[in-house]
Design a protein around this ligand. Structure first.
Ligand code: EPU
Length: 341
């Protein structure tokens, strides 16, 4: 049976650790739960609704007046396999890194570069999480959904997810229409290591050999050096997307700032490092006069809750970074984090 809490705190359900209440917090386990919410529960009242995994990509700036649906299904099973691949189905509520650890321990490759990313399995396809040269889209086989109109199940293929950089159909056409119930991953029994990313290859040189376990270890080490652990310092990883800029504009910026790091993308676009742009504005380690929120000292793309910050404090830091970067480089920084206003 579904659990419905009224006026519940979301403090433990967002990695910024912002203390706001939701009018209703509903713990979702099965499609029957959703059907109940639609037919007899608060969703029948046509209230605003969001799906919240571990809230590792959300910023709450005001109390949430509607219904928060929190998936708790943490099932994990091998549904099929062949000579080369194993198909692993995981519930939306499973912690992302528990899945990575399980895959690596069993010798199945594909998601090891995504080690230690905070968040849940259900959020991974929504955001097309990515790190160290890998995106989760490369290992997603199918996504299993439940419809908000009638609670029926639907399975879609990898292609149908329309994955892009930190983007998918779940942020657009499917937003508020479907809930991710579970995801089937296609993992490699004969792993091909993806270790071109500079910091990863350097870290691996200190180890005996490249293996799934060692890649996982290397990535946990690198993340630990740069990214604050959300249980110690509230944060949501990269706050902004790395901006995509047309090649011709980049040449102009490079004339003024020759050290600008650039990464070739598709269609004549170049990806810039938002963290570098923010650091160049002198904001690395910045904090608000009230000391509650700021920018991390090791990674300028990460905004941090320095103690009892409100969502408005974090938003103020974001605004300062956007204004300064625009003034200096004429580039707009677009938040990657979803802002609930
Ligand atoms: N840089 C700086 N100063 C900073 C931060 C970065 O100069 O304060 C420079 C770095 O020296 C490097 C470049 O910017 O030349 C890129 O930095 P980094 O390798 O740390 O990666 P990122 O572009 O800042 C992206 C993802 C991260 C992911 C890393 C590693 C986005 C928005 N972020 O960050 O993802 O872990 O690459 O692959 O694409 C997340 O999405 O929450 C996240 C943490």
């Amino acid at each position: 049976m579904i659990q419905i809490l009224e006026n519940a705190s979301l403090k433990k359900l967002n990695t910024f650790g912002i203390d706001v209440n939701a009018r209703y917090l509903c713990l979702y386990k099965t499609p029957d739960d959703l059907r109940y919410l639609i037919t007899e529960g608060p969703l029948q009242r046509d209230m605003e609704m969001i799906i919240l995994g571990s809230g590792s990509n959300q910023l709450f700036t005001v109390p949430f007046k509607g219904v928060v649906i929190h998936p708790v299904n943490d099932s994990l099973e091998v549904v099929s396999e062949d000579a080369d691949h194993v198909y692993l189905k995981a519930g939306a509520g499973l912690e992302w890194d528990a899945l990575v650890n399980y895959a690596v321990t069993n010798g199945w490759g594909g998601i090891e570069n995504l080690s230690n990313i905070p968040g849940s399995v259900g959020a991974a396809p929504v955001q097309n999480i990515g790190a160290y040269g890998t995106e989760v889209k490369n290992c997603i086989h199918q996504v299993h959904l439940v419809s908000f109109s009638d609670g029926t199940l639907k399975t879609i293929s990898q292609q149908e997810c329309k994955f892009g950089y930190r983007d998918s159909i779940f942020k657009h056409q499917f937003k508020n229409r479907y809930l991710v119930d579970s995801v089937t991953f296609k993992l490699n029994k004969k792993p091909v290591f993806n270790i071109q990313y500079g910091a990863v290859s350097q870290e691996l040189e200190k180890m005996e050999e490249a293996s799934l376990q060692n890649i996982r270890k290397a990535i946990i080490e690198i993340r630990g050096q740069k990214l604050p652990c959300p249980t110690e310092i509230g944060n949501a990883g990269s706050f902004f997307k790395n901006p995509m800029v047309p090649e011709c504009e980049v040449l102009q910026i490079k004339q003024k700032f020759p050290e600008l790091p650039t990464y070739q993308a598709d269609n004549g676009m170049v990806k810039l490092a938002a963290g570098w742009l923010i650091e160049q504005c002198g904001l690395k380690g910045f904090s608000l006069p009230n000391g509650k929120a700021g920018i991390h000292k090791n990674q300028a793309l990460v905004l941090v809750n320095l103690g009892n910050a409100t969502g408005q404090d974090i938003l103020e830091v974001a605004r300062i970074a956007q204004v300064k970067v625009f003034e200096k480089f004429d580039i707009n920084l677009e938040p990657e984090v979803i802002i609930n206003k």
